[in-house]
Design a protein around this ligand. Structure first.
Ligand SMILES: *Cc1c(COP(=O)(O)O)cnc(C)c1O
Length: 386
């Protein structure tokens, strides 16, 4: 089977991990800060905080921005559930903004409309999570402008988008946001097995994130209450934190992978261009790219022009599996998940997202995909849509 995504590991990755395994510190050693510094330097963000997943990253990012009971977070429905669940972890409510039918990212005009409505009802969101779907950055300049007008914070869920650029600036520079989150799950652009990273330019937020990822405990004297006796073994729990730490074993893998990030993204760009050319005459809509964005192409989603083909989405999906291609659907709109329906969400709340969901299929896209494998994928699509 050709999967839709796969990690790209080599001997230097394995050597880097082995080195940590034979060292004194498997966790809380020097490799995690080295990985943090390298990611910060790569994307131009001042502070980087490594955690054990992007899900954990989103959770403590919301906490660090003060999200709690009575607050609302908005995001896109065409994302992984974690982009929305983070609000619920904090006791806040979540709501969804429909997508742009061209980029499948959050629609800025829908966002603006919804904000105007929310202002009337005094229900403005505290946080908007902008997801760079498939690796193509959102219209951050416009979202940032709206954040100033309506007073919300911005978290970029860049789980798909490490290595991507917006207006020639790497995602993670946080030029237009408060916090940016990356995922290092093996299906993403680079991997640490499991893992996540939070990047911010705000020192206070970074400090709070470091505490929250490790039980809310500090042994830094400047963060502790003044003590009559200055015991050297003293530490204090300041917040209710978690154990969301990344291990040095995983950081070593992430750091080694980071050195090949640009290579991985270039290969994905080449593969995307090949799909663009070789599928141009097939009755599908190919992913539209804006001039100001450089996608990291975590996904290559095609949209079936169902009115001009004789098969259903399910039949095309099954057909591709029968041809040995393990395609995927990204995503079921989050609010259609049974858990969310029970919270009161209803079908029809984001029509563009639902239309997209009924037509989309993510075809294989990963740096190790060979031209020969890609040709097999293209031939299978042609055969099934003929
Ligand atoms: C993968 C993903 C996450 C969660 O990442 P983990 O590291 O697996 O927790 C969150 N948001 C989006 C958009 C994702 O694709």
């Amino acid at each position: 089977m050709i999967p839709y995504a796969r990690q790209d590991l080599n001997q230097s990755d394995i050597d880097a991990v082995n080195k940590v395994l034979l060292s004194d510190f498997l966790t809380q050693g020097e490799v995690v800060p080295a990985f943090e510094n390298a990611v910060g330097a790569y994307c131009g963000g001042r502070h980087a905080v490594a955690v054990n997943s992007a899900t954990s990253a989103l959770h403590i990012s919301c906490l660090a921005l003060g999200l709690g009971k009575g607050d609302v977070l908005w995001t896109t429905p065409i994302t992984f559930v974690a982009s929305a669940n983070c609000a619920l972890y904090c006791g806040a409510k979540v709501d969804f903004v429909d997508i742009d039918p061209q980029t499948y990212n959050m629609s800025v005009s829908s966002l603006e409309e919804k904000l105007l409505e929310a202002r009337k009802n005094n229900r403005l969101p505290k946080i908007v999570v902008a997801v760079h779907f498939s690796g193509q950055p959102c219209d951050m300049e416009s979202i940032s402008r709206l954040s100033k007008e309506f007073g919300f914070k911005i978290i970029e869920d860049a789980s798909h988008a490490i290595g991507a650029r917006y207006k020639n600036v790497p995602i993670g520079s946080n030029k237009y946001s408060d916090i940016c989150v990356f995922s290092f799950h093996p299906v993403k652009i680079i991997t640490s097995g499991e893992g996540g990273m939070i990047v911010t330019n705000d020192e206070d937020i970074a400090k709070k994130l470091r505490l929250l990822r490790s039980h809310g405990i500090s042994s830094n004297k400047s963060e502790m209450h003044p003590h009559p006796i200055n015991e050297r073994w003293n530490y204090e729990q300041i917040y209710l934190g978690f154990n969301y730490r990344m291990t040095d074993i995983l950081a070593a893998l992430g750091l080694s992978q980071l050195s090949r990030l640009d290579q991985f993204v270039s290969r994905r760009q080449v593969l995307a261009k090949r799909y663009d050319q070789l599928l141009v005459d097939v009755p599908v809509t190919l992913p539209h790219q804006l001039k100001e964005t450089y996608s990291s192409y975590h996904l290559y989603p095609i949209r079936l022009n169902l009115h001009s083909i004789s098969k259903s989405q399910q039949e095309v999906y099954d057909g591709l599996y029968q041809e040995g291609i393990a395609v995927n659907i990204h995503y079921i709109p989050v609010y259609l998940q049974p858990y969310y329906l029970k919270l009161g969400f209803v079908r029809g709340c984001c029509p563009e997202a639902e239309k997209y969901f009924s037509e989309c299929i993510s075809i294989p896209m990963f740096s190790r995909l060979t031209d020969v494998q890609q040709d097999k994928v293209i031939a299978a699509i042609r055969k099934i849509l003929r």
